[in-house]
Design a protein. Sequence first.
Length: 253
Amino acid sequence: MGQDDPVHGIASYVGFGAGLLTLTGLTVGLARWGRVGLGWFPLVVVVRAAVQLSIVALLLRGILAVPWTVAAFVLLMLVTASWTSGRRIRGLWHGRRIAVAGVLSGATVALVLVFGLRLVDPDVRDLVAVAGIVIGNAMSAATLAGRNFDRTSRARRSEVEAWLSLGATPARAHEEIGHESVRESLLPTLDQTKSTGLVTLPGAFVGALFGGASPVVAAQFQLVVLAAVAFAMTLTGIVVTRMAGRTPYVVEG
């Protein structure tokens, strides 16, 4: 039978699904054995990702065919990223609002710089690709910086209260905590960036190669993505921690 045979196609999808579920099931089992406390969360996120990617694959056909709809799709990504990060840092005072401000500012400014500096051709495909990566990393930065800030502020509550008792503003009392939180949220990504080509082959580079781009063009695209991600994450982390540091929730909590 040929590769275009419907039965062969269905069988390949079934085999892929079974393999993916097996790998995810092993992840769940390993987490349970290690008492990580994730429960069924790894399975939930993979199933959810599969559903979302299937929907996105269908949507992208229409988006790429009607370029103006890309704005709505990018807006959807921004809203989803902000909402997801907001849930993770809801322990902060006005955590959802802080997450929205951090993700929007970091991702938007980074994308404006990328296309304003003509580092990437301003076409629909490149915008969707770069925006998806940058927004996703801005979401991670907001979550990591916010959670680090919350945890560290509570651990160093006596230090914060000492600053406030001396007449310092909440922003000054939380300043060093904010710096540390941003730095810790950036280190894994920066370490990965430093090791690009030696330890890791990032998805944008590999995807560009598979898409037919030359190794030089693929490398250029990946470098733009890495620089944009670093900028977006840095700005997002700073915005999140600065906004969080201006609130007195640690003293009240």
